[in-house]
Design a protein. Structure first.
Length: 87
């Protein structure tokens, strides 16, 4: 994953192990939805896990948010730092 050793497919071709997909709040994606007449509520999910893999396997998962805020996923009894309240 450091780039020092090339990541190759089983047939020996170079593979870019980059992130693929698109997310809400990218102005070009919002504009495309508008131009195609797509309702963004039908296109984007509230959140889903984003998983990152290396040749060693799963490295990390993280939620990708849409309209859901981080604080919506944390129990109300858990103390939340002020800086995260609008996250």
């Amino acid at each position: 994953p450091t780039g020092a050793t090339p990541y190759l497919s089983p047939t020996g071709k170079p593979v870019e192990a980059g992130t693929r997909g698109f997310w809400m709040d990218y102005p070009n994606i919002n504009k495309l939805c508008e131009e195609l007449g797509l309702d963004e509520d039908d296109v984007f999910t509230p959140f889903t896990n984003s998983s990152f893999y290396s040749p060693d396997g799963l490295e990390a998962t993280a939620p990708v948010f849409s309209k859901t805020k981080l604080t919506d996923l944390i129990p109300k009894t858990f103390p939340i730092p002020e800086a995260l309240l609008d996250a």
